[in-house]
Design a protein around this ligand. Sequence first.
Ligand code: C2E
Ligand code: CA
Ligand code: CA
Ligand code: CA
Length: 279
Amino acid sequence: AKEQTGNKYQVYSPEIEDRSLESIQLENDLYKALDQNEFVLYFQPKVDTASNTVTGAEALVRWKHPKLGLLAPKDFIPLAEETGLILSIGEWVLQQACQQTKTWHDQGYSSLGVSVNLSPQQFNQDQLICRIKGILEETGLPSHSLELELTENLIIHNTEKTLTTIHQLKKLGIKISIDDFGTGYSSLGYLKDFPVDTLKIDKSFIDDITTNPNNAAITNTIITLAKSLQLQVIAEGVETKDQLDFLIEHGCTLIQGYYFSQPLEEAHFLKQPLRVINN
Ligand code: C2E
Ligand code: CA
Ligand code: CA
Ligand code: CA
């Protein structure tokens, strides 16, 4: 099979053909995945090392594919974004995350919060505020227990509309966190205009924090910046005791990472050894 692309002929390659067939199949499967209930949410604890308690969780989506097994977001979120399916998947994630957290509240763990990642498309949809309001009402989760994780790049593009949306979210009582902070190619100026609550230091800085003086310096700067702007700061991707000690010593006491726990299915979340406040 030869394919004409402009004036050039592409040489037949079974490998390329296989791959595109695979992705077409995956796309077909993705369309059916919501109806067939194949998505699952995992919850990764956020730990406050000052009190040694779990303050909440980040909700992370997985796809239990009938043939391919458990797929990570990197295997299907890009496809979901391309096809627009991210809107319905994202809404499912929000709904599930709020519902599960409300269930924990009802079991006595009412201080637990939940963070949900929003893709740019999801954030920019006109119905966002209305949808989130609906989910909060439907599930009964207090708005202050919900935090949305937005990336820096999302925030600095289309700043006018973004600012309006963030103000509307804040008015509802929802918290805003800047995910992967420090990895965007943006100036810090936007921080004074955007009413955000939390800076999340990206894993790429944490990875070699104890051996790479530049990353140590960047991390310290983010921690100092957060404190002076009276924002919360949390580190993601913390895997070792050395990383943990460094962060605590430099004033970052909120920690997320494999050192404490991998993302867990709902049934395992309350069973983790760390204390979860029950009040
Ligand atoms: P992220 O928001 O930066 O999420 C953190 C990722 O780092 C998660 O990967 C988590 O499992 C992983 N992680 C946490 N601690 C450690 C650690 O100590 N070591 C290592 N090696 N990894 C750690 P995951 O679940 O594969 O998610 C990857 C990305 O997919 C997320 O990055 C987020 O951007 C996106 N994503 C996940 N769930 C959703 C969702 O529901 N909606 C949208 N739009 N994006 C999502
Ligand atoms: Ca995140
Ligand atoms: Ca992140
Ligand atoms: Ca990250």
